[in-house]
Design a protein around this ligand. Structure first.
Ligand SMILES: Nc1ncnc2c1ncn2[C@@H]1O[C@H](COP(=O)(O)OP(=O)(O)O)[C@@H](O)[C@H]1O
Ligand SMILES: [Mg+2]
Length: 298
């Protein structure tokens, strides 16, 4: 059974607001799953529900194919908010306290500190750390119990570019260790850089889910124009035609597999049409997501 998390018809209402709207998704072992959506799209609420810190209104979820239990929770390392560390204590001493609270052995601490690249600074007081180091210590504290699943909510928020790069590298390394990672982010490029799979949320609804590697693929459209009144008819008659629209003084066509601007042009020439405009445009998913993400910022 390689299902790590299975969510079915999950809904959360806060009065009139539906924060999570009938969400279903499946996360398999070893994936780095991105929950992508603008602020307010329901990411944190979803994570809160599956971590049992927020009550759902309706729907179900299962961890590892079973009804959620305290035992499962021990296999999950999560950072929803920056944990509170003692400013005057070192990283080591802070992690000792965490280990005590979580009732996990302290012998893992040095290993974790190396993992999050804080070993050299382990004896320095927490308050002397940069924001990125503080965030790495948070991740370290979630790693202490050697979880099989890591949940990270906007892990690079507020960090400078170097801090962001370090956290992303760390997440990728944790994933290489074989852990399943669930990451919420409003940044498409973050999801693209670290995730293998993702779902896009908008106003609590899932509007897309798929493989990250497919994001840049997207469908090609071809813009065509010719000073010829037969053009529209010929385009419609073309065997490769999938879709055709007139926009901004040109035809925007999409073609079936095996057809492209070259085959289309050859067809038009064979029918005695010389085009004055022929341009291939790639409408990537990326572009579509950026539109979705931008639209919801209003
Ligand atoms: N405790 C709460 N009470 C009322 N509304 C809330 C509460 N928490 C979140 N919301 C609302 O639920 C929606 C989803 O919020 P959230 O899950 O935090 O989104 P995200 O993490 O994607 O930014 C938002 O409209 C937010 O205002
Ligand atoms: Mg959030």
């Amino acid at each position: 059974m390689d299902s790590v998390l299975s969510i079915k018809d999950l809904t959360k209402k806060y009065g009139r607001i539906t924060a999570v709207n009938n969400l279903s998704l499946e996360i398999k072992k070893g994936t780095v799953f991105g929950l992508l959506g603008p602020n307010g799209s329901g990411k944190t609420t979803t994570l809160g529900i599956i971590l049992d810190v927020i009550n759902r209104t309706s729907g179900e979820y299962q961890w590892f194919g079973e009804a959620p239990s305290k035992e499962h929770r021990k296999r999950i390392g999560a950072i929803l908010e920056t944990p509170i560390f003692y400013p005057y204590l070192s990283a080591t001493d802070n992690l000792k306290i965490v280990a005590e609270i979580k009732q996990v052995p302290t012998d893992n601490i040095d290993h974790v500190l190396r993992q999050v690249d804080l070993y050299e600074r382990k004896d320095d007081k927490f308050k002397t750390y940069s924001l990125g180091m503080k965030q790495r210590l948070s991740i370290g504290s979630a790693l202490l119990c050697n979880p099989t699943v890591m949940i990270l909510d906007e892990p690079t928020n507020g960090l400078d570019p170097q801090g962001i790069a370090e956290i992303r590298k760390l997440i990728i390394e944790i994933a290489k260790d074989g852990k399943t990672i669930i990451l919420a982010s409003h940044l498409l490029d973050e999801v693209q850089k670290v995730c293998s799979h993702f779902a896009v949320l908008k106003k609590g609804k899932m509007i897309y889910t798929g493989l990250v590697e497919d994001v840049s693929k997207g469908e090609e459209t071809i813009e065509v124009f010719a000073e010829d009144e037969n053009l529209e008819q010929l385009l419609n008659d073309y065997e490769g035609i999938k879709n055709i629209n007139f926009d901004h003084n040109k035809w925007i066509v999409s073609l079936h597999d095996g057809h492209n601007s070259i085959t289309l042009n050859a067809y038009l020439i064979a029918n005695k049409i010389t085009v004055s405009h022929l341009v291939t445009q790639k409408k990537s998913l990326e572009k579509q997501f950026l539109e979705v993400l931008a639209a919801s910022d209003e």
